[in-house]
Design a binder for this molecule. Structure first.
Ligand code: PLP
Length: 215
């Protein structure tokens, strides 16, 4: 069930930090997305390509973000409409995005996902790999992609200190690398967005708090 009251209170919180909200609508029915949209939400985040495509066809007048792990062979299916891809985690994926964006005759915005969690299963570039990429000629050579910032997911734990440390390190790395154009720091979800905001997040990805628990 959509929690409109909670939605508005989260927006108030975000305003204090100048941060924006991606409403994570994965697994949610179209009606729920429409209801949130009626209340003013424009940006929705999805993690599965097929589901994203179906929802985009139903609701074209929203900004769709891809927040999950993107396989190279699926880039072509979303390159024509996606507003922001949060999870660029390899040079090859970035190159493929450039290629498909060129075919679609557009420039696609994206974020580099940095691996900040202690779990090995989470995707992302190491800080060293991100350094390499950001300091290479690649970003200027790839004319059809625009790297707008960074994204990170903290370890799934109840230990706030662990989460805060991971977000803090990414926040500091973001500040250090901040240049014109690199302005988005996507971190924080329902369980940890308050910590993320305190550590410099400019964009949170929230699902359960506004749409209810996922079944
Ligand atoms: C599902 C998901 C979220 C939102 O999670 P909630 O706990 O429902 O807020 C945020 N980011 C990513 C990458 C996700 O997959």
């Amino acid at each position: 069930m959509v929690n409109i009251e909670r939605y508005h209170s989260i927006l108030e919180e975000l305003k204090l930090y100048g941060a924006s909200l991606v409403a994570v609508s994965k697994t949610r029915p179209i009606e729920d997305i429409r209801e949130l949209q009626k209340n003013g939400q424009q940006i929705f985040g999805e993690n599965y390509v097929q589901e994203l495509i179906e929802k985009h066809q139903e609701i074209a007048k929203a900004e769709w973000h891809f927040i999950g792990h993107l396989q190279s062979n699926k880039v072509k299916n979303i390159a024509s409409f996606i507003s922001l891809i949060h999870g660029i985690d390899s040079f090859n994926l970035l190159k493929e995005l450039n290629k498909q964006s060129e075919k679609a005759n557009r420039i696609t915005n994206c974020l580099l996902q940095i691996h900040i969690a202690s779990e090995e299963t989470k995707f992302g570039l190491s800080y060293e790999e991100a350094d390499q990429l950001l300091n290479s000629d690649l970003p200027s050579q790839l004319k059809n992609v625009s790297i707008k910032g960074l994204m990170g997911m903290a370890t799934l734990t109840d230990d706030e200190k662990v989460i805060r440390n991971e977000f803090r390190k990414l926040g500091e790395y973001f500040s250090k690398n901040k240049k014109p154009g690199l302005s988005i720091l996507s971190m924080g979800m329902t369980s940890d967005y308050k910590i993320a905001l305190e550590e410099g997040s400019t964009m949170v990805r929230i699902g359960s708090a506004v749409f209810g628990e996922r079944g």
